[in-house]
Design a binder for this molecule. Structure first.
Ligand code: G3H
Ligand code: 13P
Ligand code: ZN
Ligand code: NA
Length: 283
C-alpha cells in the first residue's frame, strides 16, 4: 500500500538525505521508477501532474502506481504535483493519492495561506500529506532578467509566516531552479535556502531539479532539501532511447521494441538520481 510523503521525509530529515519525486504519465515510466527504487533499496515518490492525469486518466494513474507499489518491498508514495485547485486535490485524495501538492504560488500570501489551510483541514485528519509552494519557480520559456528573478524567489520571512499560519509539513521554494531543460547553468541562491530552513525548520522541496549539477543538488540537500523533483531527465532518457531505436531500425513496428529500451534507460537515470540524493539503502 502507499505511504504518505511526510512519512518518507521524516526519516530523510533525521538522516540528512532527500527522497526523489519522479513524474509519471504512463505504465513504462511507473515501472521504471519502482524498478530503480527497488534496485537501490530506496524509498520513492511517484508524482503525477494535472497534465499527466488528464493524459492517462486518474484511475489509470492510481491503479498503475498501486500495482507497482505492491510488486516491490520499498515504500512508495503517490503525490499530486502542482495541484492548483481545492477540487483537483479532493478528486485525487478520493481516488487514493497518499499525498498532494496545493500550489497557491500564483496567489497573494494571504490567499495562498487560506487555500493551503482549506486543503490541510481535509487532508490532515486522514493522513494525506500536503506540500505547499511559496515563490515562483521559473518555467522553460521564461526569459527572466536578474532583477525580476530575485522578485520571484521565496522570501524567508514570508516562509516563516506561511509555516506558522498553516503548520505545513513540506514547502516548495523558489531559489533559482526552473522546470524543463536549462539554457545555461542555473545559479542557486543557497544563502536564501539556508535562511528559509533556519526560519521554518521543515523539509524543503526542490522543483525543477533536472539539469542542476549533482554537486549543487548535494549542497541543497546538505542545507535542508528533502524532496527533489525530477521530470525532464526522465523524458529525455525516454525519448533518446526511443529515437535511437528508430535511427538504428527505421522499419521497427513493435511498440515493445521501442518502449522496452526506453524503460531500461529510465531505470538507469532514476537509479543515478537516487544515489545523488543519498536515499539508496534507506528503504
Ligand atoms: O511541474 C512540471 C512537471 O514537470 C509536470 O509537467 O505539466 O507537462 O505534466 P506537465
Ligand atoms: P524538471 O522539469 O526540472 O524535471 O522539474 C520537475 C518538477 O519540478 C515537477 O514538479
Ligand atoms: Zn514542479
Ligand atoms: Na529543470
Amino acid at each position: 500500500s502507499l505511504v504518505s510523503v511526510d512519512y518518507l521525509l521524516e526519516k530523510a530529515e533525521k538522516e540528512g538525505y532527500a527522497v526523489g519525486a519522479f513524474n509519471c504519465n504512463n505504465m513504462e515510466i511507473v515501472q521504471a521508477i519502482v524498478a530503480a527504487a527497488e534496485a537501490e533499496k530506496s524509498p520513492v515518490i511517484i508524482q503525477a501532474s494535472q497534465g499527466a492525469i488528464k493524459y492517462a486518466g486518474l484511475e489509470y494513474i492510481v491503479n498503475l502506481v498501486e500495482t507497482a507499489a505492491n510488486t516491490v518491498s520499498v515504500p512508495v508514495a503517490l503525490h499530486l504535483d502542482h495541484g492548483t485547485s481545492f477540487e483537483q486535490v479532493i478528486k485525487c485524495i478520493r481516488q487514493g493519492f497518499s499525498s498532494v501538492m496545493i500550489d497557491g504560488s500564483q496567489y497573494s500570501l494571504e490567499e495562498n495561506i487560506a487555500l493551503t489551510n482549506k486543503v490541510l483541514e481535509i487532508a490532515r485528519p486522514i493522513g494525506v500529506s500536503v506540500e505547499a509552494e511559496l515563490g515562483k519557480i521559473g518555467g522553460t520559456e521564461d526569459d527572466i532578467v536578474v532583477s525580476e528573478r530575485d522578485a520571484m524567489f521565496t522570501d524567508p520571512k514570508d516562509a516563516q509566516r506561511f509555516v506558522e499560519e498553516t503548520g505545513i509539513t513540506s514547502l516548495a521554494i523558489a531559489i533559482g531552479t526552473a522546470h524543463g531543460p536549462y539554457k545555461g547553468k542555473p545559479e542557486l541562491d543557497f544563502e536564501r535556502l539556508k535562511a528559509i530552513k533556519a526560519l521554518t525548520n521543515i523539509p524543503i522541496v526542490l522543483h525543477g531539479s533536472s539539469g542542476v549539477d549533482d554537486d549543487d543538488i548535494r549542497k541543497a540537500i546538505s542545507l535542508g532539501v528533502r524532496k527533489v523533483n525530477i521530470d525532464t531527465n526522465i523524458r529525455q532518457a525516454f525519448t533518446k532511447a526511443a529515437k535511437d531505436v528508430f535511427t538504428n531500425n527505421p522499419e521497427e513496428i513493435d511498440p515493445r521494441k521501442v518502449l522496452g529500451p526506453a524503460r531500461d534507460a529510465m531505470i538507469e537515470i532514476v537509479r543515478e538520481k537516487i544515489r545523488v540524493f543519498g536515499s539508496n539503502g534507506k528503504a
